[in-house]
Every structure is written in C-alpha cells, then in structure tokens.
Ligand binder design. Structure first.
Ligand code: FES
Ligand code: FE2
Length: 399
C-alpha cells in the first residue's frame, strides 16, 4: 500500500514536470508576525506542541544493541532512552526516585544498570529500582512505587519517538497517521549513525518554514547547490507530516527509465518533514568507484531555545552502509558542506529575518499558492494551540 503511494506520488510529479506545473494552494495565506515574536504565544507553543506531541529523540541505529542508552535534555526535561535486554525501547524522566538527581549524564553509552551518581541507587533498562544503598539503615523502599517515571515511547521505521508528558493519552502510532509506513521504505533501522552536531537558529517556526520551502532554493542557495535547481514544490500530507518533492528533479532522475526500474533515490527523493520538528533530506555520496555510491540523510531535529527568537537544531547524519575510508572522507566533507549551507545561508538569513520581524515594521508575512506546505504547517500549529489535552487524541484519528 505504502509502496503504491510512493509510485503514485512519483507519477504525479512526472505529470506535473511534463506540464511544467505544480499543484497550488487555493489562495495566498497571511501569518501574523506576532506568531513569530510574541513571548506568550511562544510559551504556549512550547507547552501545547513540544511538551504534548511525540518528538523524534533518537534513531534506531544510534542505539542498536541491548543496553544502549541515550540521555538528553529536551525542553528542560532530562530524558533517558534505553534499549532493554528484550530489544524494546523505553523512555524515562532521567530523575532519581530518591531525591530527584539526574541519574545518567547527557550522552550515549551502554549499561546494564543505571546508577545514580548521588547515593548510588540503581535502575535497570525497564526503569525498575534495583538497588538501594544501605537499605537496612535507609528503611525499606517499595520498589513498585519508586521506579523511573516512564514516558510514552515508540520505535517505528528506524526512528524513536518520545512524548515528554508521562500522563499523555495520545497514541504515538495514531499520531503518525501511517507516515511511518512510507518512511519505512528508507529502512533506517539498517542504516549507520555517522555524526551529529548542533546549530543555533531563529524562532523554531522560521527554521521549520525553511525546511518546507523549495521556493528559495535557486535564490538563497545559488552559490552552494541551488543554481540549477527549480524552486517548484509539491506537497503530500499524512496528517500534519509532509513530504516535499520537486517535479523537475524527479523527472531528471527518471528520464527514459521504465516504471519497474524506478530507483529508490527517485521514489524517496525530496524533503520529509515530521511534525512538529524534524526534516529529513537525502543525498547520494560518492565511493571510490561509482558503484560504491552510498546514500546518506541529514535528519534535523529542531527545538525551541530559551526565548522566541532562538532555536537549536541537531543535525544527525546517517548513511546506508558501513563506509570505506574514502567514503568516510567524502561523507565528512559532505556533512561539513550541509552544515555550512544551513548555518551560513538558511539560519543566517533566518536570524536576520527574525530581527526584521521584531523591529515591527510589518504585521503579516505571506505564504504563496506555491507554498502550500508552509500554509498547512501554520494551520496545524494553530490547531494544536486550540486543542485541549482531552481532545488531543481525536486530532489525529485512531488507526
Ligand atoms: S538522588 Fe539518586 S541516589 Fe540519591
Ligand atoms: Fe534552505
């Protein structure tokens, strides 16, 4: 079913490429500038979007083995993600049941037991309290009531989603709206984690707007990769999650190729966004010989910073195979190039845009009929802000 969707989308792109057209939104949309700069609004977005929705906090290939873990702080909450002896991913608030100390320092590793650095209480990968130091002197501790607080967590399509609200009733599978099935065609679970780095950027929505925007590619990126690229885009939705494709790019990849020979690269091309904070862009890297070309992706995780005008982006680089030394050098150069593009072109522009908006010279910004994806993104943020906790699951429909 999902494979047919990929073929259908590819056909749709080829038809539009032949006609030189794109599908347009009904009208130009206005978004109030206040949505990007107002502190109270930004706080509500942090609470209603980032603290309520499942977020992609890790990839399968980062944590492939039993006992692998990743500790990180997200929206000020320390989180511990573990792969249990049974292979199951779980996530917890990374805070000790004794006096709340952060149990594991931020970072990745492998451990059977998670030992709190303060008084050495320890937990296993299911969050169970296993050891209380000098319990006969401390007093008996009810193990069942003193676990690490578990957070909703789901591993699908080689990605790991975690909801930061332990009381959340939102089913992560339902939230994915079947998008995980199409993402599954990348087979990310079998990929390799290559590197990550963090960049500072503007308001999270300015940054996200950019990931959905192909209109700017031949202009802002003309010095780096955009000079021959079309600014046309087509958008495909699975609930709030959107894939962006370029008809001319797909047509060029498949020129004269019969449908049964369509490449994975063409079928999966474009930018894949996962609401509210991830973009996945794929590229082909070189090997020593052409047949050695590997596929890579940059998976960008976007998080609000400490104020409306700040965000942080973790760029994760994944490759589809174990790389040779020559390929590693090529991949390192490629990732430096992508970092340069995002930091010095997208985010440098976004930070100046943020300043100009904060200066208050205009009331609205525009999303054209060719920027349907940006329009829909802002509509989804509005929907989230208007939806109570009780009604949240109904927004995404059950599977
Ligand atoms: S706070 Fe963790 S053992 Fe005391
Ligand atoms: Fe860009």
């Amino acid at each position: 079913m999902s494979k047919e969707q990929l073929i259908e989308i590819t056909r749709d792109n080829l038809e539009h490429a032949a006609a030189g057209s794109i599908r347009q939104a009904e009208s130009i949309a206005q978004v109030p500038v206040a949505n990007y700069i107002d502190r109270e609004r930004w706080q509500r977005e942090c609470d209603s979007v980032f603290r309520r929705l499942p977020l992609v906090l890790a990839t399968t290939c980062e944590l492939p083995e039993a006992g692998d873990y990743k500790a990180l702080s997200v929206m000020d909450l320390p989180v511990l993600i573990t792969r249990g002896a049974d292979g199951t991913m779980r996530a917890f608030e990374n805070s000790c049941a004794h006096r709340g100390s952060q149990v594991m320092a931020d970072g990745r590793g492998n451990a059977k037991r998670f030992v709190c650095p303060y008084h050495a209480w320890s937990y296993d990968s299911t969050g169970a309290l296993k050891h209380v130091l000098h319990e006969s002197e401390f007093g008996e501790v009810d193990r069942a009531c003193h676990r690490l607080t578990e957070l909703p967590c789901l591993e699908r399509a080689g990605l790991i989603w975690v909801t930061l609200d332990s009381q959340s009733t939102l089913d992560i599978g339902a939230f994915l709206c079947n998008y995980d099935e199409v993402l599954g065609h990348f087979n990310f679970a079998d990929w390799h984690f290559f590197a990550d780095r963090t960049l500072r950027g503007p308001n999270w929505k300015i940054a996200y707007d950019g990931y959905l925007d192909f209109y700017h590619l031949p202009i802002l990126h003309r010095e780096t990769f955009g000079s021959d690229i079309s600014g046309q885009a087509m958008y495909y939705q699975w609930g709030p999650h959107q894939r962006v494709t370029s008809p001319p790019t797909i047509a060029a990849l498949l020129d004269g190729v019969a449908q049964d020979q369509w490449s994975r690269e063409a079928l999966l091309s474009g930018v894949w966004t996962i609401f509210p904070h991830v973009s996945i862009a794929s590229f082909v890297g070189v090997g020593a010989v052409e047949e050695d070309a590997y596929q890579g992706i940059m998976l960008s995780q976007l998080f609000p910073g400490s104020e409306p005008g700040e965000s942080f982006t973790v760029q994760n680089f994944l490759v589809d195979r174990e790389l040779t030394e020559v390929q590693r050098e090529a991949a390192t150069a490629q990732f430096s190039f992508l970092e340069h593009v995002v930091r010095d072109e997208d985010y440098a522009t976004g930070l100046r845009q943020q300043k100009a908006l904060e200066a208050g010279s205009r009331e609205f910004v525009l999303f054209g009929r060719n920027e349907e994806g940006g329009q829909l993104f802002h509509q989804w943020v509005e929907k989230l802000l208007a939806t109570s906790d009780e009604d949240l699951p109904t927004l995404f429909g059950a599977r």
